[in-house]
Design a binder for this molecule. Sequence first.
Ligand code: GUN
Length: 287
Amino acid sequence: MAKIIDGKKVAERVKADVKQETSKLKERGISVTLAVVIVGDDPASHVYVKNKRKDCEDVGFISIEHALPADIEQDELSALIERLNADTLVDGILVQLPLPPHIDESVIINSISPDKDVDAFHPQNVGHMMIGDIGDFAFLPCTPAGVMELIKETGVEIQGKNCVVIGRSNIVGKPMAMLLLHEHGTVTICHSRTQNLAQICRGADILVAAVGRAGFVTADMLKESAVVIDVGMNKNAEGKLCGDVDYQGCFDKAGYITPVPGGVGPMTRAMLMKNTLTAAKKKELLT
Ligand code: GUN
């Protein structure tokens, strides 16, 4: 029977550390500010942004929100990013994705100052991670970094283990594979065109599912006692949030498993707070 990895608990711990460091900075007259930019009316995006605002309050950050209409011109959005880049009071900038189709997402992401890029989506930060330049002041993408914390929580060593990542997105799959590789895992990335996917998964000591399909990972795809991390955020037929893993079906076979909700989700949010604090500390160091 699997042990449940409690993402809420680990996230609270990360946030408590961030809060403590933030209050120490405050004693020195330094505040930490996150600017969040949201374009359009996507309800899910607005929920995410609301949660980020609450996280900022919890840890003692100042949060600034720019809610822009869906039909905003790209130039206008770029001009806002430029202003936030230049604003010395702003430590971190997050542009909530997805952006409306008429806006070139990569142009916008690339225009965020790498020193304020708390999502770690800027090619410069992606590059640092890729070459293993992962020091104290590195920005790591929030979801994969959160997953690494959850794996560490199990006490299972990554070095030399077979790690299988299902999904190859720029936000999760690819950086996830890099972070596991950095910890000396033997990493395989599977995706929609992978042949013998189930067989590859059965070789995984650590399996990270980031597919975007409810119940995709079933018990027959698991190695006995595997660490199973579920990055999925899907809605089932009844509209209930569920992951990529058939949780009930996999529970008896897995060694460790993350629930949805209460697994990776809270960690993503906590790591954003950590990155924002890092941005403030980095600025402090540079000024
Ligand atoms: N939309 C869904 N996930 C994310 C994320 O991690 N960062 C941003 N900026 N937008 C998102």
